[in-house]
Design a protein around this ligand. Structure first.
Ligand SMILES: [Zn+2]
Length: 247
């Protein structure tokens, strides 16, 4: 089941084409950082999803060794299985902000449908349960309460967005799809991440240690750092999203 969830998670962000008939009702919000005059190459936010499965220690080690801050979106499933990685993240609160990717990695869509083959939560109650169980899992793992939510597949129904905002969470879109759901090769992943501009919010995955994309994530981040880019977490910056996700 874990493997299945991982594959679905990987698939989800790799495809941009929405099946016919779905386009009108689901949104995939973007998120940007407010422009800020800084010396050097600008600011970007690195967000990494931990949908399920394991930990890509290539990425985790590179972040620690190079002191690159990141916002990690974790599910209840991933938290349960990755205690060692959670311990490393908690040991570096200056680097890692842990946020809510849902209890069971179920898309936050409040009507029954499939998104990239994954069954949606299917009702308002089920969306609420996914959001609240993700927050509860983080609370029981210690550390500060999450303030941001990102649903599985990063697609939402507008009514689910309104509900999640009422539950007190901002919704984390993105502006650079760094690793195509972790299915891209190392070279293309490095190219996409290395091309991030001031104000971008990058999404990639930290739960696929066997995929080539993880190597590209590290290369892309080091390239950005070499250009003088500053990395911030979502809590350190004013992120502005569309579709009612942050205001
Ligand atoms: Zn995910």
């Amino acid at each position: 089941m874990g493997l299945l969830r991982n594959s679905l998670c990987a698939m989800a962000l790799s495809l941009f084409a929405t099946p016919p008939g779905n386009a009108a009702t689901l949104v995939e919000p973007t998120l940007h950082l407010k422009p800020q005059a800084v010396e050097g190459g600008g600011r970007v936010a690195l967000t990494l999803d931990a949908c399920g499965g394991k930990t890509d220690t290539r990425i985790l080690s590179a972040l620690v060794d190079n002191r690159i801050p990141a916002t990690i979106f974790v599910t209840g499933i991933w938290l349960k299985r990755n205690a060692a990685a959670v311990e490393i993240m908690r040991a570096h609160p200056d680097l890692f902000e842990l946020e809510n990717h849902g209890g069971r990695h179920i898309p936050a869509v409040d009507m029954p449908r499939k998104i990239y083959g994954i069954s949606s939560a299917g009702s308002p109650d089920a969306v609420q349960a996914e959001v609240e169980s993700g927050a509860a899992a983080l609370a029981s793992a210690g550390g500060p309460a999450p303030k941001w939510f990102r649903g599985a597949t990063a697609e939402y129904s507008p009514s689910a967005i309104a509900m999640i905002r009422k539950l007190g969470f901002k919704i984390a879109g993105f502006s650079v799809n760094g690793d195509g759901g972790s299915l891209l090769g190392a070279k293309e992943t490095a190219r996409r991440i290395g091309a991030a501009k001031d104000g971008d919010v990058i999404i990639a995955h930290i739960n696929q240690p066997t995929h080539a994309a993880g190597e590209g994530v590290v290369q892309g981040l080091l390239a950005l750092r070499a250009k003088g880019m500053t990395f911030v977490r979502l809590d350190d910056a004013d992120g502005v999203g569309n579709d009612g996700t942050t205001e």
